[in-house]
Design a binder for this molecule. Sequence first.
Ligand SMILES: NC(=O)c1ccc[n+]([C@@H]2O[C@H](COP(=O)([O-])OP(=O)(O)OC[C@H]3O[C@@H](n4cnc5c(N)ncnc54)[C@H](O)[C@@H]3O)[C@@H](O)[C@H]2O)c1
Length: 309
Amino acid sequence: MPSKMKAGKDLLIFAGKFMYSFWDTLFHYIVPRPKKNVAGEIVLITGSGSGIGRLLALRFAHLGAILVLWDINPEGNQETCELAKKAGTSRVYTYTCNCSDREDIYRVAAQVKKEVGDVTILINNAGVVTGKQFLEIPDECVEKSFDVNSKAHIWTYKAFLPAMITNNHGHLVCISSSAGLIGVSKLSDYCASKFAAIGFAESIFSELYAQGYTGIKSTIVCPFFIKTGMFEGCTTENPLLLPILEPDYVVNKIMNAILEEQVYLFMPRFLYFVLFLKSFLPTKVALVLCEYLKIFEVMNCFTGRVKKD
Ligand SMILES: NC(=O)c1ccc[n+]([C@@H]2O[C@H](COP(=O)([O-])OP(=O)(O)OC[C@H]3O[C@@H](n4cnc5c(N)ncnc54)[C@H](O)[C@@H]3O)[C@@H](O)[C@H]2O)c1
């Protein structure tokens, strides 16, 4: 076919697909997409011993999923297991796994494959925060932030993605943060690791799309502060635009995003606007906006989860 005709044909196909995708998205903005059935799916949640991970486990239990719960804290994880059983699933498997250790991830992943089967929904949720000014952060904390908040995602994908590819079926969920979209003072290691998590999840999403694995979905979650205790002491001066989120609200949104196979979820909605502004506002103007929103002060009273003796 002459190259001009081919270019014209490609343009027509592109225009058709573009219009279809655009109207489909707009339509489903008004009419929610049908929710997928997760009964019988093998759902692995890292960091399931408390907070968002625990609440997600309870929601999946209620929907009849088979749960694989990973946490470094066996007591917290056992509590989640008991609550999940009460919430409706008899098939809950708990594993103590240190997600900052690649060998431990591979060891426990092999055990899961043998004892439970191939994971079909992988939720990388375990997270740690240091909450100090950059020059005060011990090197080991920087390493741990990267190990848990981003590198663990890579190792778990390596362990569980091959079976998803074989079956062209699965869902990869990355719990990142608003701190993975915007650099924040006193969160340098956390922001860097959460940016990395998004970059990784987005790359795999695009790689799977390019290879035609349309049966493997991705969801990337970026919430602002949540009242789980992880960011205890943090404040917001703009509760209307940037409220500190309720865990139940966050988990409802995450569950909707997973069940409707939504790729990006930012919470609160104002974050979509902030990201849009970031793409074109001159830096001087953006800094004035950050000052107005008191973004530089959000971490000033951070204490984090206070360890019990
Ligand atoms: N709480 C917030 O304000 C907030 C905001 C945005 C994003 N997030 C992200 O949401 C996710 C869940 O946070 P949360 O608020 O439920 O915190 P959380 O502290 O309640 O839960 C984190 C869980 O991860 C586990 N964990 C930590 N290190 C681990 C390791 N090395 N191996 C295995 N498990 C480990 C902890 O034991 C804990 O159970 C995290 O990735 C966090 O970064 C939290």
